[in-house]
Design a protein around this ligand. Sequence first.
Ligand SMILES: CC(C)(COP(=O)(O)OP(=O)(O)OC[C@H]1O[C@@H](n2cnc3c(N)ncnc32)[C@H](O)[C@@H]1OP(=O)(O)O)[C@@H](O)C(=O)NCCC(=O)NCCSC(=O)c1ccc(O)cc1
Length: 153
Amino acid sequence: MIDLPPEPRIRTRVKVFYFDTDAAGVVHNVAYLRLVEVGRSELAEKLGWSLAEMGKSGIVPVLARTEIDYRKPARLGEALLIESSLTRLERVRFVIETSIRKEDEYETLVYCRQTLVTIRISDGRPQAVPESWVRAYPHLRAVRNDSKTKSDS
Ligand SMILES: CC(C)(COP(=O)(O)OP(=O)(O)OC[C@H]1O[C@@H](n2cnc3c(N)ncnc32)[C@H](O)[C@@H]1OP(=O)(O)O)[C@@H](O)C(=O)NCCC(=O)NCCSC(=O)c1ccc(O)cc1
């Protein structure tokens, strides 16, 4: 059991390499999803859900929804900061928001909001979000009154 940080947030620094870019030297839309995943995985580890432990426990998060806004381009060789935050906890779902910006500028280049569902690997059925998160971050707890609607996550 690890001590959870006061804020469920992490900043990850990355550099834009050739394999992230298209012929114009700008980061490809698909490459941003990989960067979002890098940040989200680092956040999961910080919140006690390491990649190695996930498989062993039999309980894993899966992505149910990704919304992404591409606001400004990032370019080859630039240093980027990926800021990933856990922002909402429901019964079996949770939300991670990610912003990507240049290391030396404050403007957000890309914003992404993802809904994840905690499932049991053996049968794929949804499971409760980690109790330790609910205890550590009660202010993120949200109760939905529209559980039949999947489109407004
Ligand atoms: C997400 C699911 C398990 C949900 O299963 P269902 O049988 O629909 O369960 P339910 O109907 O009970 O839904 C459970 C809850 O999820 C909600 N839900 C389900 N689908 C959605 C979508 N698309 N959006 C928002 N909310 C959703 C639903 O409203 C329920 O919420 P509550 O009412 O608040 O309980 C199922 O739809 C599924 O298996 N989808 C495929 C998931 C998948 O293949 N994702 C991509 C691969 S995972 C991945 O790439 C990855 C994940 C995590 C990492 O760290 C790295 C990589």
